[in-house]
Ligand binder design. Structure first.
Ligand code: PMV
Length: 336
């Protein structure tokens, strides 16, 4: 094996994914619905993999206990990539990941984290796997990671194949297709209350709104893609907010309820809608956490950002442009 370093950028789902396909192998991590995303500049993970005596994993410069759930997920991902193109036992690996993300969410929930890990491992193991296959493998680590191998705007279809071979992301449009910004409005500090895998399963098994959420997703995906291609912010924003609110309604109606929002989350949304009436055209989305992410044209990003940053309770705001493809560097040819 050789040393390799990959950089992958985070992404935001404009049309959301929530829920796994029932009766499928949990290890395949197959989503029940597709998703449509924008890759984010600046927010990225850089992962370097080289040979080691044993498996070691360091995150943001600190060694992570090899038995911890995060480290186990990392090593399991390496096993997947190794067995795709090699027989026999996988060599020990030194894995170092550095997150350039606004919140220290950790690797387990990071789209950029699993995308960078997957690409770096393919490079380190000299696997000649094509990007679509790597997207499927990244998905097994984290659903949203399948989308982070490409820049710009990306679609991940749920697919129908039992082995998940058609559940891979594909790039729709490059980053320079549209000069948009995503304002990340921080509405609270601290880790998220319930992780996405557990939350999705709770919604699937208890929420009366889960079935309609799954049924109505394909039309949102098609409408979102159409609006994106036409650079129609009003149409894209409408689909984006509808997808986000349907997902959160489904979450909230789970038993026990999944309420990821805080008071500040809603105050930011009300301010956003008030700003829209005065001509600042921004649209909200939010994931399994309290922060509000607002899509807006580059021209209006600063004015809208100032307004949202002034909402009481907001702890920070970051403006991010559409980001580039993931990249791979081969550092040397060190043989094991
Ligand atoms: O990547 P996961 O499996 O943690 O799921 C992410 C789910 C959402 O962020 C809520 C929506 C999405 O499509 O990214």
């Amino acid at each position: 094996m050789r040393r390799a370093r990959a950089t992958a950028h985070s992404n935001i789902a404009l049309v959301k994914y929530w829920g796994k396909r029932p009766d499928s192998d949990p290890a395949l991590n197959l989503p029940a619905v597709g998703s449509l995303s924008m890759t984010l500049d600046e927010l990225r993970t850089v992962t370097t993999i080289g040979p080691g005596d044993h498996d070691h994993f360091a995150l943001d410069g600190a060694r992570v206990d090899a038995q911890s759930p995060v480290a186990r997920k990392v090593f399991a991902q390496l096993d997947r990539i190794w067995t795709e193109s090699h027989d026999g036992p996988r060599p020990g690996c030194e894995v170092e990941s550095v997150n350039h993300l606004p919140t220290a969410a950790g690797l387990a929930s990071s789209a950029s984290g699993f995308a960078a890990l997957t690409l770096a491992a393919a490079g380190a193991f000299e696997s000649e796997l094509e990007l679509p296959r790597l997207s499927g493998l990244a998905r097994q680590g984290s659903g949203s990671a399948a989308r982070s191998l490409w820049g710009g705007f990306v679609r991940l279809d749920a697919g129908t194949a039992a082995d998940g071979n058609d559940c891979i992301a594909r790039p729709l449009l490059p980053a320079d297709h549209w000069d948009l910004r995503l304002l990340i409005v921080h509405a609270a500090k601290g880790p998220k209350s319930v992780g996405s895998t557990e939350g999705m399963e709770r919604s699937r098994t208890t929420s009366p709104y889960y079935a309609p959420w799954v049924e109505t997703s394909p039309q949102d995906l098609d409408a979102g893609e159409k609006a994106l291609r036409a650079r129609d912010l009003e149409a894209l924003g409408a689909v984006m907010e509808h997808s986000c609110f349907k997902m959160h309604a489904c979450m909230m109606a789970s038993v026990p309820p999944l309420v990821y929002w805080r008071g500040t989350t809603l105050e930011v949304m009300h301010e956003l809608w008030a700003a829209r009436k005065s001509g600042l055209q921004g649209y909200a989305t939010s994931d399994a956490g309290p922060h509000v992410k607002v899509l807006v044209s580059a021209a209006q990003a600063e004015a809208l950002g100032e307004r949202l940053a002034a909402v009481p309770g907001v702890t920070g705001l970051q403006s991010v442009a559409p980001g580039p493809d993931a990249t791979l560097e081969l550092l040397d040819e060190a043989a094991t």
